[in-house]
Design a protein around this ligand. Sequence first.
Ligand SMILES: NC(=O)c1ccc[n+]([C@@H]2O[C@H](COP(=O)([O-])OP(=O)(O)OC[C@H]3O[C@@H](n4cnc5c(N)ncnc54)[C@H](OP(=O)(O)O)[C@@H]3O)[C@@H](O)[C@H]2O)c1
Length: 286
Amino acid sequence: MKKILIQLDTDSLPSSFDRVVAVDAGVDELFSYGGVTPDNVETLVHGAIFTRKPSDLVNTAIFVGGSNVAAGEALLKAVTKSLFGPFKVSVMMDSNGSNTTAAATVLAASRHLDLSKTTAVVLGGTGPVGSRVAQLLLQQGATVRLASRSLERSTATCAGLKEIADVSKLSPHESQSDAGLAAACEGVDLVVAAGAAKTRLINAEQLSKISTLKVAIDLNAVAPAGIEGIEVMDKAREAGQTILYGAVGVGGTKMKIHYAAVRKLFTSNTLVLDTAAIYDLGASLS
Ligand SMILES: NC(=O)c1ccc[n+]([C@@H]2O[C@H](COP(=O)([O-])OP(=O)(O)OC[C@H]3O[C@@H](n4cnc5c(N)ncnc54)[C@H](OP(=O)(O)O)[C@@H]3O)[C@@H](O)[C@H]2O)c1
């Protein structure tokens, strides 16, 4: 029976990136829909679950994507709500690459650090990628400082994480001021810069003052770098006592995880591949 992937994209034009990955991951048929919202998704889900016998639904799966991660989160909720009893298909959510990027970032760090003994700061931690990096680090037992230009925003993001992770080792920080950034970075083993593209979050001098730093990862691929001194292609580059990763250096693992997650969808009809499940899958590949 043919493997059908139903791509539900919150943007008006379904992502060509996600379409190429789906084809290269081996799906036989790809049905792509754009402009999908929680209000219009139910009929699309019913079309997926009421056509094949429940025992054949392992061959049908749904991918939720689009550039707006909050819209993707809402759509994932609506999709899973429309599934019931034996009428289920597996679903993966990776709006704007948020889950696969966060998983690849934390996996890169885990190659060099015992995360259960790691203190990390996530700069730009209020964004969809940064908050997922924080979530995954917490779930691996790390102590996490979530930093933003605004203490109010980092506090709100930390409060949101309470619903999905043990936040006893999580604290919000302000990193706009020099003093705030220095306090957030004091004594950390790991710095992750997850700020918006083209934004410098920490300069080389500020980074050099973190005497405990072992790993620094910058996810911004568009100059200027989020962490001054990291190149986009860096992949475990050693600079003194610190290991450096740039956005493309993390990107190879991200792509591997994306391919593997699409393939995994067709191993069961009950999977929901969101942040934690996508990380676990990535960990199983290494
Ligand atoms: N390699 C990959 O495959 C891949 C995939 C997806 C994303 N990415 C990259 O990962 C990074 C994070 O993605 P995202 O979607 O989470 O980013 P985002 O939502 O665009 O931005 C993340 C955070 O950056 C901060 N920020 C925004 N403008 C800023 C400015 N001018 N100066 C300083 N901070 C600013 C904001 O935090 P506050 O306002 O709270 O300070 C925001 O919440 C991006 O650089 C993105 O390009 C890479």
